[in-house]
Design a protein. Structure first.
Length: 136
């Protein structure tokens, strides 16, 4: 599935990075709660580095589930595989592809939504990385 939105200042594309083909270089690429479902992480980060302009920004946001989980998709009974990594492991992959890590931020539930001690733990993280244009 490819979705494109164009206006004077924005060209947004929703696609699977592993199969996306273009000669265009991008200023920013985001991945929100998607990378834990990608098995071929090295290949995906390499592709993102190739798609970004030098000094382009990659923003990765993921949840902190540590073990494999089976996730139903749209209640259809179809399940997706889950390949989670820690923040440290994601940063290792990014650095190997020439990214400079600029921000690592833990994400938490708002205090008013916390009901147990478990809810006080980080539920996810955000990493902002800059493409150096040089693989390590």
């Amino acid at each position: 599935m490819v979705q494109e939105t164009k206006n004077k200042s924005l060209n947004a594309i929703v696609n699977n990075v592993l199969y996306y083909q273009t000669k265009t270089k991008f200023d920013i690429i985001t991945s929100i709660l998607a990378f834990n479902y990608i098995k071929e992480k090295k290949k995906a980060f390499s592709k993102i580095a190739a798609l970004l302009k030098e000094k382009g920004i990659f923003i990765l946001s993921e949840c902190c589930h540590k073990k494999d989980v089976i996730v139903p998709i749209d209640g259809t009974g179809i399940y997706a595989d889950y390949y989670p990594l820690s923040k440290k492991e994601y940063c290792k992959y990014l650095k190997a592809e020439g990214f400079n890590i600029k921000v690592i931020k833990d994400l938490y539930y708002k205090k008013e939504y916390r009901q147990t001690k478990e809810d006080e733990k980080s539920i996810g993280f955000l990493i902002k990385a800059i493409n150096s244009g040089k693989r390590n």
